[in-house]
Write a protein that binds this ligand. Structure first.
Ligand code: F6P
Length: 364
């Protein structure tokens, strides 16, 4: 089909590489199809409340190395259940999906490119069912999306975590301390596992393998007895103890959105083990540094490839799909097949085998 006017939005938590996608979509749509490109601001909010900007080859010229998203994003703002606090302090839920559909029509768009993680892509599929021709583009630092080998943003986050580990190794060794690094990833351990292997961690704790604090202590003591009185631990924010204890944070925003926010497991673990060893324990929480800043080359290339393929797929009328990396190609996967599945590290993963084969403890 002829593409005359297309829309693009970025939803959910940001990550490195979003601007590469925006630039890839914009340039392909303009250069190959002579289309106009409308950027929708702040995720689905821009569609509900009609906040847009035109994207051109000029205003997307220098954004490739830029972190974040020039369109803005939010991990709130689901048009099907939009949650707001009223004057009495109560949470009210509104269905703004008709408003979103109406604005899509008013904007005269042929199709909508939705760049997001599992939550955003589920909303995209519901909009597709409502009649909006949608193509999904997968992003998240967590790498926990089904249907694609990697999501862009992940490799950059792993690099940030690995750089942190390189630094923790030298200071930990100098001071003879146990250094804990808490990384993101929600309920998936991909960032912890890959950065831990790359950064020479001695212990890696991931949500998929509940950890035993005694085994963590055993490994630290074994290293000490072997003449290495320091250890580096990577703990995924969603890691759980064997008894199921996981550490989460509660705030006004988590209550409003009804979501789980992870954070704090690094300090929890530090408290737990420091009582039982002579070595000092320190914890670093890497937080949002994993999400911000310059994307690495892999994420720039992947973002650009997904963006161009999404536009060409729209020109073929392949709506209701997500573009996905199926190495070495970029392919299409039905949005329906994702169905909110969170891709976790499988227990039989070669990455797990690899880590244990070289002596890394997974706390079991
Ligand atoms: O899903 C991406 C992610 O960065 C998770 O790894 C993390 O748990 C969460 O988002 C943090 O969300 P927020 O930006 O709302 O603190």
């Amino acid at each position: 089909m002829a593409l005359k006017r297309i829309g693009i939005l970025t939803g959910g938590g940001d990550c490195s590489g979003l601007n590469a996608v925006i630039r890839g979509v914009t340039r392909t749509a303009i250069i190959q199809h002579g289309a106009k490109v409308i950027g929708i601001e702040q995720g689905f909010d821009g569609l509900i409340f009609n906040r847009t900007q035109e994207l051109t080859t000029q205003n997307t010229r220098d954004i490739l190395p830029l972190g974040g998203t020039i369109l803005g994003t939010t991990n709130k703002g689901n048009p099907f259940s939009y949650r707001e606090i009223d004057e009495t302090g109560r949470i009210q839920e509104h269905d703004y999906s008709e408003k979103a559909l109406d604005n899509f029509r008013k904007l005269g768009l042929d199709c909508l490119f939705v760049v997001g993680g599992d939550g955003t892509l589920q909303i995209a599929y519901k909009l597709f069912e409502l009649g909006i021709p949608v193509i999904g583009i997968p992003k998240t630092i967590d790498n926990d999306l089904e249907g694609t080998d990697y999501t862009f943003g992940f490799q950059t986050a792993v690099q940030v975590a690995c750089d942190a580990l390189d630094r923790l190794q030298t200071t930990g060794r100098s001071h003879q301390r146990v250094m804990i690094l808490e990384v993101m990833g929600r309920s998936a351990g991909w960032i912890a596992l890959e950065s831990g292997i790359a950064g020479g961690a001695h212990i890696i704790l991931i949500p998929e393998i509940p950890y035993n604090a005694d085994k963590v202590l055993e490994k630290i003591k074994l290293r000490e007895a072997g003449g290495h009185p320091y250890s580096v631990i990577v703990v995924a924010e969603g890691a759980k103890e064997r008894d199921g204890t996981e550490v989460t944070l509660e705030s006004a925003s988590t209550r409003l959105q009804g979501v789980v926010q992870y954070g704090g497991v690094g300090n929890y673990l530090a408290g737990k083990i420091s009582e039982q060893i002579d070595l000092e324990v320190r914890c670093t929480v890497l937080g949002h540094t994993q999400r911000g800043g310059t994307p690495n080359c892999f994420d720039r290339v992947l973002g650009t490839r997904l963006g161009t393929h999404a536009v060409e797929s729209a020109a073929q009328g392949e709506f209701g799909h997500m573009v996905a990396l199926k190495t070495p190609e970029v392919a299409l996967v039905p949005l329906k097949s994702l169905a909110g599945i969170v891709r976790k590290v499988p227990p039989t993963s070669q990455l797990i085998q690899c880590a244990e084969a070289i002596g890394i403890s997974l706390g079991r």
